[in-house]
Every structure is written in structure tokens, then in C-alpha cells.
Design a protein around this ligand. Structure first.
Ligand code: GLC
Ligand code: GLC
Length: 829
């Protein structure tokens, strides 16, 4: 069952009921100011950091879900309704929500009054513009009132939802004309403020939440002022400050009125915090006066419908440009809409926000993840390489001199997060991959010379290349008894915690050190990760390629020898006969072996092992891929492990705490489904690659939205696996490495358009039924118009490749570098 449809021409998903199986959200903003907005206008805004600089308040885990957002209430002769249905939930005569690229348009209609609200964050602008267009579609005049509502968060979202003894007494606001300012703590230790304004006169306002609602026993669904059709002109002093504008409107039949609201954020330099004169009419209880110049300028920028239209046009143009870098035209509409629109859009969002703020990530739990952000670069780097470069350097700056890494950092401070710490065995490798991806995309080798601090300490700065060296050797220098990488606290799978042995509630599986490993430095020196071994052999060649390019032949040979040795060690100790083991636990026992009672086979190491060609000479690759199909494949994707754990295995940790079929315990983790899609494509098995791709790609799950629950336009982290009661049900949508990896899987492995150090590889692995496809790729200043022909209906194999009519050997299109458009023709066979 569907709850809307794709409008590809407008790059929108159109939702036709407010009652989606879960709030279906969108993100506004792609630079500093961000908003989350659901299809009923729920959500919140923040600047840079969802934890430290939260602008509006949001209550996670609320009942009902998704209460709180930016709301417009209309009182039309006693009928109170919202254009987005919520929070009052009056049945509407018509409803539609269009989520587009950085904007959302929600339209509601009741008793012949239509309200169309466009929400967006303009480019280079720290505010959310909300344009409300009201139209009387009836045949008689209408008198009604409209109330806006935003609830301020007292900046630090963590403190805001815990420290009530203090923060019920700190809230401060000011009001000037139609603008309400939020200035809590401004006088003292903050130099930022927020404001909410409307481009018209108002008939009243409210800034105290309880006064707006009329009673502490009322919810957002039942505000007394709105019902009474009159604001109470409250001035907040502590408690919960809000911003609400009240306006009376009369519309003749057919008449339209447009109001533009702006929810903005501004910072003042320390010496320009205060104004010297007090504007007339300023409502304040302060002795000081806010310097509101920045807000004034921001308001000026979007105070007419023409300016709003221009801002929206600029935003659309930005996205059209971003999405023109890589475009495809395949025989499958769903593939086209994923590749050309939604997967790329999600890659931008994950790049911006890592795993910080979504409807499943509270914005206070995690900042930017080291491994997460490096992987996000893989799907985003072609869009804005300069931002990828800056991000890579920020991340690398939190690395330790020995190659270890802080697992997370806060975007506002860019400092490593010490309460989580480090010692995640996979972290350093992802940085090799992201740096290599950046160079392959741009050909900009200078990133390797960039001086980058260790541990955020400038005095420890070394060239970026040094960071790659220590990353690579961090693996080599931390091997266990079988010559495989130590698992440390965890690898990619945060829930396999081989050094934890936790039997006490509250111990964090990821950071708790069992006393028995304390003396050894915080983790077992026995437990080894086969996943990290495979990731090492997959990633290592990129490092070797970099060294070779730099003419460091000896270093390259030395690194290659380590990779070869690792492959040998894996074949000797970690090939189980039909697939690769997952790990050796701290007792030296095999994990993920046919000998195990449960969790006999795991997905994670397999794809990278196959793509590293470990044991290919003895058929290990095909055996492994067939085992995945046999044991992990099910209707909605590939489960992470099988059989699911039904008991608590203290030696494995968190993974065995989840009921079977969810999360890392045999859930369908879409992130590592992508690794298998890549591996199947790599092995030339285009049918299987495409089967797995289409099982999890959101556009393909649209028809089963009632089962899937989460948005049909973006990936979620996890889908309930075959052991779950809710088989096929998605969770944790939006912020997941799945976005980047599936972008890589479809674009570089299935469609086979893959940047390399020395050119653009074109080597697809597609369903044999396809006659071919077209792709357009901007690459290092040139544009390549690629046409793939598949006359013999094969899966893979480049029979011939021509560039502007000239035959090229192999399948790498050399870099032309003349800024022109080139025609690439590839014939498969
Ligand atoms: C989450 C984390 C990611 C981790 C994965 C598996 O997606 O963000 O870092 O690799 O879970 O545990
Ligand atoms: C939990 C989640 C995992 C996530 C981790 C992040 O373990 O299950 O998916 O990566 O938390 O800390």
C-alpha cells in the first residue's frame, strides 16, 4: 500500500495523507542552519550542532509521536485546523505534502479556505522561511485568524530536557513590532540569539507557552488562545518561552493573502553584542539592548513573495546543478529516481549530519562519527569535493599520533569526544578509503601535503599522508594470535563487543572495559576481527596506489607485502570452507563458523573478502556468495547473521541482546547489504547484484509502505529480518551509511562508472535483460556522455570502449582535461 507518489519531474515525493505509518520527514538546510520537518510540520531547527545549538524544542519519544514543530493554527469561525492536520487533527477537506530538495510544501484545505505553506532554508542563510499562502476558494467573504507557533529550546538540547531546576527560570524574550526574539543567556555567556518574525502587522502575540495554551493541562492540540480567536499578549519570564504571532484576516471570494514568516538565528561578535539605543516600542525587561542588525538584514532579505520566489529558485538551481554531475537513464524508472534524485539527496543529508539528528537520532546522543563520516564522503564527494576535503581534514585532526581515532567528534567544536574515546579497530581504515575517493574524484593530490593536527593539537601536525601511514600501520601493528587484526572495543559492528563480558546493567557495551582486560590496555589481545582483515585487504590497495603515484616504490612494496600476508593469514585461519569467519572471540573460539551453534554466518567480512579476491584461486569468492544467498537472503534483503542469537552470549556482547531479527542480531542491515551488492557485481553476477539492490532500494519498497513504515524515498539503517515478528518493517531512516554505500553500489559497481586515480572506469555489471543505458558524468572539469550497449545481453564484460570515436584499451576513460564534453561508447559482450 502506498501513501503518496514520486513526482520525478519536480524531484518531489508527494504524500497524500497526514496519517503515514510513521512521520515521513525531510531536511531543510545544507550548510549551517538545519531543520527537520515531518509531513505534518513537526520537527525542529538547530544551528550546526543539534545538541549544543538547538533552536526549537522537540520531545522525542512523545505520545502521540511527533508533537511539536512549527505550527500554523487557523480559527475560521470556530473551526480550528492546521494546514498539516497536526496538532489539532481536524479532518481536512484536502491535504498534500510535497517533500522536495531542501524544501517542503504542505497544503491543507478546510471549508473553502486553502493554506499552502512552503518551508525552506535559503542558500547561505541561517533561517527557515515559511511562506503561507491563504486563498478563499469559496463564494462568500471569510473572516478568520491565523496563529503561528514555535517553541524555543534553551540552546543546549541535553540540558534543556534534563536540568529543569535551572532552566525553568532562565528563559528570556524581547518583542519588537512583529518580531519575537529569543535571548536566553545572551547577556552573559552567549553571543547568539534567535528570532521569529512575520512580514506584516500583527494583532497580538504570545511568548509564554502556558499562556498560549491557556492551561498547563492543555496540549498543542488544544490551545486556549486559538480557540478564543485572540492572543493573550503574554511576555515570557522563565518557564517555556515560545513565539506566536496572531493575525486577523479577511478574504473576499477568490482573494489570496501571502504571509512570510522567518525563524532565524544570528551571532554577534563579542564587542558588538549590544545596541546603544533602545528602539521605540521594544518590549523587554532587560536593562541592555540587543544589537539586532543581523536579524534586520535577514528579515529584509526575504520579506516579499518575490524575494522568497528568488530564494526558492536559487535553492532549486543549486540542487539541479548538484544533481547534474551524475545522471543516468536506465530501463528502470526506480533506478533512475534513486540515482538521479533521492539517493544523492540522502547522501548530502548524511554527509551534513552524520548520525546526529533524525527521528531516530535525538541530536544529543552522537556528534559526527569517525567511521560514519568517512563513509559518508564516499557517496557525496562528487557533489561538492571541497566540502569533502574540509570534512576529511576535520576528521583526521581528531586522529591520534599512533593511528588510533576518537570514535566521534562534535561539529561545533570539532574536538574528539572523550566520553566515547577510541579503540574501534576499523576506524582508521575508513579514512584511507575517503582520502582515496577524494583524490580519485578530483585528481587533487595536494590534500596529501596538507598539514593536519593529531588530537586537535596544531603542534603535532603532520602532512595528511602521514595520517594515512599511521592508519594503515595501526592495523599492522595490532594483530592477534592468528595474524589477524585485533577486534579491540568493536569494529564496524558496534554490537560485537568481544572485550566487554558485561553482566551489569548500564555498562556501555562499546566503552566498558572488563577488568580482566584492563591490564592489557583495555581490550583483549586474543579477540580478532576477520571483518577488519577483509576491510584492510580491500582498502590497502588504495594506499599502495597512492604511494606508487608518489614514487614511493619501497614503501608501496612494503605495504603490499602486508596486504598479501593478511590475505594468506585469512585463508589459513579464517576461511570456514564455504564462507569467511566473523571473528575469534576473547577465548580464542571461532565466531561465525558452521561449528557455532548460532550465528554461523555473518555478512560483514564476506563482501570485502570477495572484492579483495581472497582465496579466489580456490573458488572462495563464489562459494561465499552462494552461501550468502543460501543463508542470509530473504524477501526484504540480506540479514546480518544466521541463525539469529536466541541466548545472551556474554563473550559477544550487545549483538546477542537484541531479539532475533532486529538490529545487529539478524536484522537486515541495509548498509552491509551494499557490500554484497558490490561484491556480486564485482564477481560479474549482475542478476544477483540487482536482485539485492532492488530488495532494499526505497523506491522499490514504495508499494509495501504499510509494511515498511518508513519513508519510501530514503534508506533506513535496518529492516526487520526473517526472524523478526515485524519482518520487513523499516526503522532508523535517513542517517545511515547505507546512503553512501548504496550510491557506491549502484553507480560504481552495478552501473560501473567509477573514478580511479588515472581516469574514469566504465565497467557495468547489470541485469542481462537490459539493452544498455546512458549516463552523464562530470569528472575533473570535463563531461562524459556515456552510452552502454548490451547487444549480447550479458551481465558484464567490456568488449569495446571508444572516446569520441577513438578506441581505448581496457575500460578506463583517460582524463581529457579540456573542459569539454566527450562521447564515450561502451559495448558489452
Ligand atoms: C550504526 C553506526 C555505525 C555502525 C553500525 C553497525 O549504523 O552508526 O557506525 O557501523 O551501526 O553497528
Ligand atoms: C548501538 C546500535 C548501533 C549503533 C551504536 C552507536 O549499539 O545498535 O547500531 O552503531 O549504538 O553507538
Amino acid at each position: 500500500m502506498k501513501f503518496g507518489h514520486f513526482d520525478d519531474a519536480r524531484k518531489e515525493y508527494v504524500i497524500n495523507t497526514p496519517k503515514t505509518p510513521y512521520p515521513w520527514i525531510n531536511y531543510l538546510g545544507n550548510q549551517g542552519f538545519f531543520s527537520l520537518i515531518s509531513n505534518t510540520a513537526g520537527g525542529y531547527s538547530f544551528y550546526m550542532d543539534a545538541r549544543l545549538r538547538r533552536i526549537t524544542r522537540y520531545r522525542y519519544n512523545n505520545v502521540p509521536l511527533d508533537m511539536g514543530g512549527r505550527y500554523f493554527y487557523i480559527n475560521d469561525n470556530g473551526t480550528v485546523w492546521n494546514p498539516g492536520w497536526s496538532p489539532v487533527k481536524t479532518e481536512l477537506d484536502a491535504y498534500e505534502c510535497r517533500h522536495g530538495m531542501g524544501y517542503t510544501i504542505i497544503t491543507g484545505k478546510k471549508n473553502d479556505l486553502k493554506a499552502e505553506v512552503t518551508f525552506f532554508v535559503p542558500q547561505n542563510y541561517d533561517g527557515e522561511v515559511q511562506q503561507v499562502v491563504l486563498t478563499n476558494e469559496g463564494s462568500t467573504a471569510k473572516d478568520f485568524s491565523i496563529f503561528s507557533l514555535a517553541e524555543w529550546c534553551l540552546w543546549d538540547a541535553q540540558d534543556d530536557c534534563t536540568n529543569f531546576q535551572r532552566n525553568f527560570s532562565t528563559g528570556r524574550v524581547e518583542i519588537l513590532g512583529s518580531t519575537i526574539y529569543h535571548v536566553t543567556e545572551y547577556r552573559d555567556r552567549r553571543n547568539h540569539y534567535a528570532f521569529y518574525t512575520v512580514n506584516d502587522t500583527i494583532d497580538g502575540y504570545d511568548t509564554d507557552r502556558d499562556a498560549f495554551l491557556g492551561s498547563i493541562y492543555n496540549g498543542f492540540d488544544n490551545p486556549e488562545t486559538v480557540k478564543a480567536g485572540k492572543a493573550s499578549n503574554s511576555f515570557a519570564d522563565g518557564w517555556s518561552p515560545v513565539a506566536s504571532h496572531y493575525k486577523k484576516i479577511t478574504l473576499a471570494p477568490g482573494e489570496t493573502k501571502t504571509l512570510i514568516y522567518i525563524l532565524g538565528y544570528a551571532e554577534n561578535p563579542q564587542d558588538k553584542k549590544f545596541a546603544s539605543t533602545k528602539p521605540e516600542g521594544l518590549l523587554t525587561r532587560e536593562a541592555w539592548v540587543l544589537n539586532r542588525e543581523k536579524a534586520d538584514a535577514m528579515i529584509e532579505k526575504y520579506n516579499t513573495p518575490e524575494k522568497v520566489a528568488a530564494g526558492l529558485a536559487e535553492l532549486r538551481a543549486t540542487w539541479d546543478n548538484l544533481l547534474s554531475i551524475f545522471k543516468v537513464d536506465t530501463p528502470d524508472d526506480k533506478v533512475n529516481r534513486m540515482v538521479n534524485i533521492w539517493n544523492q539527496y540522502q547522501c548530502m543529508v548524511t554527509f551534513n549530519l552524520s548520525r546526529s539528528a533524525s527521528y531516530f537520532e535525538s541530536g544529543i546522543g552522537r556528534g559526527m562519527g569517525f567511521r560514519d563520516s568517512n563513509q559518508d564522503v564516499l557517496g557525496f564527494v562528487h557533489q561538492i569535493p571541497d566540502r569533502a576535503r574540509e570534512r576529511i581534514i576535520d576528521i583526521a585532526s581528531t586522529q591520534m599520533p599512533d593511528g588510533g581515532c576518537y570514535h566521534q567528534y562534535q561539529p561545533l567544536t570539532k574536538k574528539g569526544n572523550s566520553d566515547i574515546g577510541g579503540d574501534f579497530s576499523d576506524d582508521p581504515l575508513w579514512m584511507i578509503l575517503s582520502v582515496a575517493a577524494y583524490i580519485k574524484e578530483t585528481g587533487d593530490w595536494t590534500i596529501l601535503d596538507e598539514m593536519v593536527p593529531y588530537d586537535n593539537d596544531e603542534s603535532l601536525a603532520k602532512p595528511m599522508l602521514d595520517h594515512l601511514d599511521v592508519s594503515f600501520y595501526h592495523i599492522v601493528n595490532n594483530l592477534g594470535p592468528h595474524g589477524l587484526p585485533l577486534a579491540m572495543r568493536a569494529d564496524w559492528n558496534d554490537c560485537i563487543n568481544l572485550s566487554c563480558f558485561s553482566d551489569t546493567p548500564g555498562e556501555s557495551f562499546q566503552t566498558y572495559t572488563n577488568p580482566k582486560f584492563k591490564a592489557e590496555g583495555g581490550y583483549s589481545k586474543i579477540a580478532e576481527s576477520v571483518f577488519v582483515a577483509a576491510l584492510f585487504t580491500y582498502t590497502g590497495p588504495a594506499y599502495v596506489g597512492i604511494l606508487e603515484h608518489l614514487g614511493k616504490t619501497e614503501e608501496a612494496a612494503k605495504a603490499q607485502a602486508e596486504i598479501d600476508k593478511m590475505k594468506k593469514n585469512v585463508m589459513e585461519s579464517a576461511f570456514d570452507g564455504e564462507w569467511f569467519l566473523r571473528a575469534y572471540d576473547a577465548n580464542g573460539e571461532k565466531m561465525g563458523s558452521h561449528e557455532c551453534e548460532e550465528g554461523k554466518i555473518f555478512i560483514e567480512p564476506q563482501g570485502f573478502a570477495v572484492m579483495s579476491e581472497i582465496g579466489k584461486d580456490v573458488g572462495a569468492d563464489i562459494k561465499t556468495l552462494n552461501s550468502i544467498d543460501k543463508y542470509l537472503n530473504c524477501e526484504f534483503g540480506l540479514v546480518l547473521n544466521n541463525p539469529a542469537f536466541t541466548k545472551y552470549y556474554i563473550q559477544y556482547g550487545e549483538i546477542s541482546t537484541y531479539p532475533g531479527g532486529y538490529k545487529e542480531n539478524a536484522g537486515i542491515f541495509t548498509h552491509n547489504n551494499a557490500w554484497i551488492i558490490c561484491a556480486e557485481a564485482y564477481a560479474g553476477r549482475g542478476e544477483k547484484a540487482f536482485e539485492y539492490y532492488s530488495k532494499i532500494a526505497p523506491a522499490f519498497t514504495e508499494e509495501t509502505s504499510d509494511i515498511h513504515k518508513t519513508e519510501p524515498y530514503v534508506y533506513g539503517q535496518m529492516i526487520g529480518g526473517k526472524d523478526a515478528q515485524n519482518f520487513g518493517q523499516g526503522k532508523n531512516s535517513w542517517l545511515t551509511g547505507t546512503a553512501a554505500w548504496n550510491m557506491v553500489a549502484i553507480s560504481q559497481y552495478i552501473l560501473g562508472v567509477k573514478p580511479e586515480f588515472d581516469g574514469l572506469r566504465v565497467d557495468p555489471s547489470i541485469p542481462a535483460a537490459w539493452d544498455g543505458f546512458k549516463a552523464s558524468r562530470q569528472f575533473r572539469g570535463d563531461t562524459y556522455e556515456i552510452e552502454i550497449k548490451n547487444p549480447d545481453h550479458v551481465n558484464k564484460g567490456v568488449k569495446s570502449l571508444t572516446v569520441d570515436g577513438q578506441a581505448v584499451d581496457g575500460c578506463i576513460v583517460p582524463v581529457a582535461g579540456d573542459g569539454k564534453t566527450h562521447k564515450v561508447e561502451v559495448v558489452l559482450g
